[in-house]
Design a protein around this ligand. Structure first.
Ligand code: PMP
Length: 424
């Protein structure tokens, strides 16, 4: 235990023990990877039936899916996901194999073709900025950086972004054109947006008439407990508050069926959907309807989807529980760390003392434990407090998760006690 009032002698003993534990860890020559939120092989196996598609390859309305056409994607697949993504079927599009490319396209289309309500295209603005709740998802930030969009960090709370900050920035600055949101089991801290947060996002005044909420509901059905989190209906609330075109909703089956071999979804207001289809009609002859049919046959309906997600939860819940248990045993009460215990999603966020995250990740690397780079959860890879580490426990086998987290805890003890001694 690292009592904050511990004497220098006591801290030195703890530091020396951590040094020895770390040296032993390095000597084990581990090779463990907790970097990215990927489904494990067993999770992927759950969807292998997708590979057995049989003829006839026709949709519910009798369309031959082997041919061109069908820009909106299969209506029966959209019906399965309409409830989970909270978008009416007519306003939900089933697209390609990933939602990230849809977010990319949304930015490109907005830059090069004015969104409904815009005074001009975003490329014609002197500057475009997005609000980025932090910690957040590095690929969101990378997309904005790719297109020269300025990233403005906003603190996260357990109820979603700090809305007082969001409302102030959105209201006072017309260059603020959007916000990134992962509203359910957010990446990385597992937060679920409170109803009031969603309402305020829908209702707030924005200086930009073409402000967009990029609502990345990537973990809409990825529950770890038997009490699925529900969030308020953003699309309906935006319409109710006179801002129907504000939300762009994204989702995918990447962590439901096959990552990279699934289906991405885009949903929005009728005006935005029309605008979107105007762009995608130039870009594509239509999505892979055959893969969409595979998904319809496999998932069947909303109950089928729920049942399938329960099988995922049964595989990954023990890994999340192991992380929580090991961190509690190794670091609980030390004052050296706190961490989230999410009810869904793919990540745990570990908070270490300020100025320690990079050093912990480096010490873990020495021991063969690969972690997401410290800072990745922040715009420009810069966590000004250097204190957040993202843990992605789904991909490795349970025994590997246990070994990696035990090793990580050793690194936190080592770096943390060294810091406490240096601060004395
Ligand atoms: N959004 C979030 C919040 C994610 O965590 C991830 C995957 N880590 C993605 C999007 C990627 O989704 P897709 O595979 O559909 O591109």
């Amino acid at each position: 235990m690292t009592d904050p009032a511990a004497s220098i002698e006591e801290l030195t003993v703890q530091r020396d023990r951590a040094r020895q534990d770390h040296a032993d860890l390095v000597a084990r020559g581990l090779k463990l990877d907790l970097t990215r939120g990927k489904p494990s092989q067993r999770q992927l196996d759950l969807a292998d039936e997708l590979l057995d598609l049989r003829a006839p390859v026709v949709s519910a309305d009798g369309t031959d899916l082997r041919n061109y056409g069908g820009l909106q994607g299969l209506a029966e697949l959209r019906a399965i996901f309409s409830g989970a993504l909270q978008v009416p079927v007519a306003q939900l599009l089933a697209a390609g194999n990933s939602s990230l490319e849809l977010m990319h396209d949304a930015l490109v289309f907005a830059l090069l073709g004015a969104v409904p309500g815009a005074e001009r295209r975003w490329v014609d603005e002197p500057e475009v900025a997005f609000l980025c709740p932090v910690p957040g998802y590095d690929r969101h930030f990378a997309l904005c950086e790719r297109f020269g969009i300025t990233l403005i960090p906003v603190p996260m709370t357990p109820d979603g972004p700090d809305m007082a900050v969001v409302e102030r920035l959105a209201a006072e600055d017309p260059k603020v054109k959007g916000i990134w949101c992962v509203p359910k089991y957010s990446n990385p801290d597992g937060a679920v947006y409170a109803d009031e947060t969603v309402r305020r996002l829908a209702a707030m005044t924005t200086a930009a008439p073409d402000f967009r909420i990029f609502w990345d509901n990537a973990y809409a059905v990825h529950h770890l407990t038997d009490e699925p989190a529900e969030i308020a209906d953003l699309l309906a609330l935006c319409a109710e508050h006179g801002n129907p075109d504000r939300p762009f909703v994204f989702g995918s089956t990447s962590k439901i069926t096959f990552a990279g071999g699934g289906v991405g979804f885009f949903g929005s207001s009728p005006a935005n959907v029309e605008w979107w289809l105007g762009h995608t009609a130039k870009r594509s002859i239509g999505p892979d309807k055959i893969n969409q049919l595979r998904h319809v046959r496999f998932l069947r309906d909303q109950d089928g989807l729920r049942e399938h997600m329960r099988r995922h939860a049964a595989l990954i819940r023990p890994k999340f529980e192991a992380v929580h248990k090991i961190l509690s045993t190794e670091l609980g009460g030390t004052g050296l760390a706190s961490w989230t215990n999410p009810a869904g999603g793919y990540f745990i966020s570990l908070q270490v003392p300020e100025g320690c995250a990079r050093a912990v990740v480096a010490k873990a690397k020495e021991a063969g434990i690969a972690l997401t780079p410290a800072g990745a959860t922040h715009p420009y890879g810069d966590d000004p407090t250097d204190s957040v580490i993202r843990i992605a426990p789904t991909y490795p086998e349970l025994a590997e998760v246990e070994a990696a987290i035990t090793g990580l805890a050793t690194c936190v003890r080592l770096v943390g006690t060294e810091k406490l001694l240096a601060d004395r």
